[in-house]
Design a protein around this ligand. Sequence first.
Ligand code: PRP
Ligand code: URA
Length: 209
Amino acid sequence: MRKVFEMDHPLIQHKLTLIRSKDTGSKEFRELVKEVSMLMGYEVTRHLPLEDIEIETPVCKATSKVLAGRKLGIVPILRAGLGMVDGFLSLLPAAKVGHVGLYRDPETLEPVEYYCKVPTDVNERELLVVDPMLATGGSARAAIRFIKEKGATNIKFVCLIGCPEGIKALHDEHPDVDIYIGSIDEKLNSHAYIEPGLGDAGDRLYGTK
Ligand code: PRP
Ligand code: URA
């Protein structure tokens, strides 16, 4: 079943408002993207299985829970996805990190691939593909296609801001991929930018134009 999880936690919504504002500079923007990614990480990892182990507290012996050792991977879509990696790694320090390099051709708006390296044992891992924006959906669709070609079968997509057009496009090609999203905005504009959105995520993260 296709699933989209919009995260309505007040802290995520508050920080997204700061991220959206054109008055937020690159330094603060980067910090906020990291913080929101970490908060989203709590929701995205909610389903992780636990197992019981025996421990001894200072008071007595006890049975207590630990993560059941599921292998995880984080795969940012370059460039802007890099801004989300540290937030996820601070929650999941043992996760491996892959990279998919794509950019949207400004004329055709089609994604152009320039790099793809996935974590080891990719077929055994749950992969979190991260990118702040899901606009036309072209980049996410292509990134996930490349990762599947390398053997990945268990993938979730995590983004800060998306729109109905991007969600539909991604699920049309990859109905098995759950989408975790901070905000589903109103629409794409005629330049394929999300409205209200946050502008160009890569440029805002890295201070380019
Ligand atoms: C942005 C963003 C997504 C893509 C979303 O990247 O980070 O990857 O656009 O748009 P889409 O859903 O229409 O494909 P961009 O192509 O600007 O590259 P960058 O990360 O290198 O700035
Ligand atoms: N890429 C971005 O960075 N922002 C948008 O609004 C759309 C695509």
